[in-house]
Design a binder for this molecule. Structure first.
Ligand SMILES: Nc1ncnc2c1ncn2[C@@H]1O[C@H](COP(=O)(O)OP(=O)(O)OP(=O)(O)O)[C@@H](O)[C@H]1O
Ligand SMILES: O=C(O)c1ccc[n+]([C@@H]2O[C@H](COP(=O)([O-])O)[C@@H](O)[C@H]2O)c1
Length: 229
């Protein structure tokens, strides 16, 4: 079976981008070539980071311009990962399936039908598990994401993606389109921890890209106290 090329799209707040976000891409490279999905083997040829639109209105979400600048600076030297601003420059929040469609159209512009590049959603297991949050995702979107695009999911404690897929009829039916990448080096880095550390004056060096840290310091970001509780 031919090896298909795939571009991986990571969606999220990136508030701020951390080394684990970048590691998700790094891990995915090694696992991709041997994996079978419904259309055959795939080889990761590119990575796209799409910071979420301000309209997502998540608590403590920093302005898109800052999150974008940190992501851009962090992958400036990468030969294969880039940041895409289509989602956050839109007037309003876009569903993830729309971002996937956008990237698919973009990477396949001028590409012949037989050489089409696949686009897959790259995520941590917590995002996969958010599929089960009532009212959060539309079922038809999930069907398209897992059925047409495919997912590369990195394990993240305490989520158990194997169990989650087993228990979901929808995901189980499309499990051939889901690549689970096991992260053996357990980590608890999250943007939440990073924001909390900065707020408390603790060092986050080596937990986030240097370029992101420089940007945070230059712009005095994440210093505001949240609440008294
Ligand atoms: N430590 C990690 N291990 C595996 N996946 C991760 C990790 N950190 C982030 N991700 C994944 O990166 C994507 C974007 O994550 P996001 O920007 O929401 O980061 P986060 O650290 O979960 O944010 P926050 O702490 O602000 O909720 C998601 O798919 C998320 O699961
Ligand atoms: O497409 C959807 O319906 C949908 C529903 C919930 C969340 N998402 C996306 O999932 C990502 C979640 O990011 P976060 O920071 O809340 O972990 C973000 O990119 C959202 O746009 C997408």
């Amino acid at each position: 079976m031919p090896v298909q090329r795939a571009v991986l799209l990571a969606c999220g707040s990136f508030n701020p981008i951390t080394n684990m976000h970048l590691r998700m891409f790094g891990k995915s490279i090694h696992s991709s070539i041997d994996r079978l999905d419904s259309t055959g083997r795939f080889k990761v040829v590119g990575g796209v980071i799409s910071p979420v639109n301000d309209g997502y209105k998540k608590d403590g979400l920093l302005a898109a311009s800052h999150r974008l600048a940190m992501c851009r600076a962090s992958v400036a030297n990468s030969t294969w990962i880039r940041t895409d601003d289509w989602e956050l420059t839109n007037p309003e929040w876009q569903r993830t399936v729309s971002v996937l469609r956008h990237v698919r159209a973009q990477v396949n512009e001028g590409v012949s039908a037989e050489d089409q590049i696949r686009v897959k959603l790259l995520c941590g297991a917590d995002l996969l598990e958010s599929f089960a949050t009532p009212g959060l995702w539309a079922v038809e979107d999930l069907l398209e994401i897992v059925g047409e695009f495919g997912i590369v999911c990195i394990t993240r404690m305490p989520s158990d993606p194997f169990k989650f897929i087993y228990e979901s009829d929808l995901l189980h039916a499309h499990s051939h389109n889901i690549t689970i990448v096991h992260e053996h080096i357990r980590n608890e880095i999250s943007s939440t921890h990073i924001r909390r550390h900065i707020r408390r004056g603790l060092s986050v060096r080596y937990l986030i890209p240097d370029a992101a840290l420089d940007y945070i310091q230059q712009n005095n970001l994440y210093l505001e106290a949240k609440s008294q509780l």
